[in-house]
Design a binder for this molecule. Structure first.
Ligand code: BTN
Length: 322
């Protein structure tokens, strides 16, 4: 850890409280000049650190710049060593993840950014990713499974996002099959899973699990075309929770559910939150459009629907409209 990272970790731990330069120097066993330099570097990066006369340095309680130092304290012990790659801006964290796995083939890692300029949604869509108000994260995972099971990762991620939100905010988000998270009728989060397969033996070498979440309402609001669909988790300017905390909780919840992929235990939690059952839906297969009523989720995360003629079908990918 660099001096700057150590100072940041200490300030994050004591957010909202003034710490004297002397206390920082004594605790971290570094000179006051080094502390001063680190504080200046952090301020240049945008950290709201106030120097209070006779009291010391105080990182604003509402500070929420993404950093490994702010996320790690909330992570499960077994995840604390996981490497982070954090960007101010990038086209897409899923694309960054693909570059990272070329260089570091065997590491599971967490990729984050404050903003995405070409955020990718499912079915070739764009995921609106303005600076600082959203969570744009990609988990690099190294599973041992076939392509079939990769779809389960997506449903597992939807459950993880819901459980994390429930834990840190007490709100009750719902899932629209397959992986859209809704709150009060608006979509607040989506998941885009990409798999890197070994062509020789058909196994998945890496899964890139991309999660996008509208944490706060963007200052300029959502673009016109999203206004009737998109919502955000929190509407207040200074929320009690931070993106850093929620990122850690999503990572923790996913880690826990990931252990249940084989047994499918988590599918119960998925079904409990899925709000499409019993509702009339439309979906496309090829060029044809169909109407049906969803009745269940199968063991692969597919949606079992009842067609108008009473026939049952299972949808394994795509999108439904309610
Ligand atoms: C969807 O709702 O269609 C899926 C949206 C997934 C967005 C996330 S944001 C982080 C990761 N990087 C991307 O480019 N996309 C995913």
């Amino acid at each position: 850890m660099t001096t700057k990272q150590r100072v940041l970790a200490f300030l994050e731990k004591n957010k909202g409280t003034a710490i004297s330069g002397q206390e920082l120097a004594d605790t971290l066993k570094i000179s006051r000049t080094s502390i001063w330099k680190a504080i200046n570097l952090l301020k240049e990066e945008g950290y709201a650190i106030e120097a209070i006369t006779n009291k010391g340095y105080c990182l604003s309680a509402s500070s929420d710049l993404l950093s490994a130092e702010a996320i790690r304290p909330f992570l499960l012990p077994e995840l604390k060593e996981r490497p982070f790659h954090i960007f101010k801006t990038t086209e897409s964290t899923n694309n960054e993840a693909k570059k990272i796995i070329v260089e570091q083939a065997n590491t599971e890692a967490i990729v984050l950014t404050e903003e995405q300029t070409k955020g990718k949604g499912r079915l070739g869509r764009f995921f609106y990713s303005p600076p600082k108000t959203g969570i744009y994260m990609s988990l690099i995972l190294k599973p041992q499974m076939t392509t079939m099971d990769a779809t389960l990762i997506t449903t597992a991620a939807a459950v993880a996002v819901c459980l994390a939100i429930e834990k840190v905010t007490k709100k009750k988000p719902k899932i629209k099959w397959v992986n859209d998270i809704y709150l009060d009728g608006y979509k607040i989060s989506g998941v885009l899973t990409e798999a890197v397969t070994n062509f020789e033996n058909g196994t998945i070498e890496t899964i890139i699990l991309g999660i996008g979440l509208n944490f706060r309402m963007p200052l300029e609001g959502f673009p016109a075309e999203l206004q009737s669909i998109a919502g955000s988790l929190l509407s207040t300017e200074n929320p009690e929770i931070t993106r850093n905390e929620l990122i850690a909780e999503i990572t923790n919840q996913f880690h826990h559910i990931y252990q249940q992929i084989e047994t499918r235990e988590y599918l119960e939690a998925y079904k409990e939150r899925c709000f499409v059952f019993g509702k009339k839906i439309d979906f496309r297969q090829g060029k044809q459009e169909f109407e049906a009523i969803p009745i269940d989720i199968d063991q692969q995360g597919g949606l079992i629907v009842k067609m108008e003629n009473g026939e049952q079908r299972t949808l394994s990918y795509g999108e439904i409209t309610i």
